[in-house]
Design a protein around this ligand. Structure first.
Ligand SMILES: [Zn+2]
Ligand SMILES: [Zn+2]
Length: 233
C-alpha cells in the first residue's frame, strides 16, 4: 500500500506544511493546521478533522446540491429534511486524508444509488444521520454534510454554489444523475477550483485514509429501496 512514491509525497506534504506554518513566514500569511470534528446526531460516529496548510493551499469548495441523488438520499432517511438547506444538500469538499475516524466504524452504513456508481453515500446505522459521500477509488476528495462540522473549525471557501437538477429526467429514472451548473451562481468557478483541488490532492498524495478508510472492496448495498427497508426496521 505504502509505495515509495507515496512516502515521497507524504514527506513533500509534511515539508510544505512545516514551511507554511514556520515563523519564517510573515504572520499575516502564516498558515496553521485547522482542526475540528464531525459527529453524527447520536454521537456513535466521530471523525477528527485535521486540515494541514498543504490542504488549505487549495481552498475547500462547497455546494448546495439540488440534484435528486443528493436530496433523495437525505429524504430517504428519517428526519432527512432537517439536513437540507434551502431544500438542497449542503456539502463541503475535504481531502480524505484530513478525516480520521475516531469511533463508530461498526456503525458506518453505506449505499450506492446505482450499481457500479463511483459515489458511496454514508450514514449512521444508529441515528441515520447522512454523513456525506465518498468518491471511491483514486479520487483524493470526499463530500461532507456541512451541518455536521463542529467546534472551532471554520470552513474557508467560495460563496455557496447552488446546483440544480434537470427536470427533463423526471419520471424516467429513479434519480436524476446530472445537475445543471449555472454561470450566475459560481458553478463554473466551483468546478474549476474542484478540478485544481483534485490535481493538487494527487500531486501531494492526499488520497490515503479517509471517510471509508479505503475499504473499497466490500459490497456496498445499492438503491434507496434497500435503505428505506433498513431504516424502518
Ligand atoms: Zn449516529
Ligand atoms: Zn447532487
Amino acid at each position: 500500500m505504502d509505495s515509495p512514491r507515496n512516502n515521497e509525497q507524504a514527506r513533500l506534504s509534511k515539508w510544505i506544511d512545516s514551511l507554511l506554518s514556520s515563523s519564517l513566514v510573515p504572520s499575516r500569511w502564516r498558515m496553521t493546521t485547522r482542526t475540528g470534528s464531525l459527529l453524527c446526531d447520536c454521537g456513535s460516529i466521530q471523525y477528527d478533522l485535521v486540515v494541514p496548510p498543504s490542504s488549505q493551499l487549495v481552498e475547500q469548495t462547497n455546494a448546495v446540491c439540488h440534484c435528486r441523488d443528493c436530496v433523495g438520499f437525505c429524504l430517504a432517511l428519517p428526519n432527512g429534511d432537517s439536513y437540507l438547506q434551502n431544500n438542497g444538500s449542503f456539502m463541503v469538499n475535504f481531502y480524505k486524508s484530513d478525516l480520521q475516524l475516531v469511533k463508530g466504524r461498526d456503525k458506518l452504513s453505506t449505499v450506492r444509488l446505482y450499481p457500479h456508481s463511483a459515489i458511496v453515500r454514508i450514514y449512521c446505522g444508529e441515528c441515520h444521520t447522512p454523513l456525506g459521500a465518498d468518491l471511491v477509488g483514486a479520487a483524493p476528495i470526499c463530500l461532507v454534510n456541512e451541518t455536521l462540522i463542529h467546534e472551532t473549525y471554520s470552513v474557508r471557501f467560495l460563496p455557496s454554489v447552488v446546483l440544480g437538477y434537470k427536470d427533463a429526467l423526471h419520471g424516467t429514472k429513479p434519480y436524476a444523475r446530472s445537475v445543471s451548473v449555472k454561470w450566475r451562481n459560481y458553478g463554473p468557478l466551483f468546478l474549476w477550483k474542484s478540478i485544481w483541488r483534485v490535481i493538487w490532492g494527487w500531486l501531494a498524495g492526499k488520497s490515503r485514509g479517509g471517510f471509508l478508510e479505503n475499504d473499497y472492496n466490500r459490497d456496498f448495498p445499492v438503491g434507496l429501496d434497500g435503505l428505506k427497508k433498513v431504516t424502518t426496521q
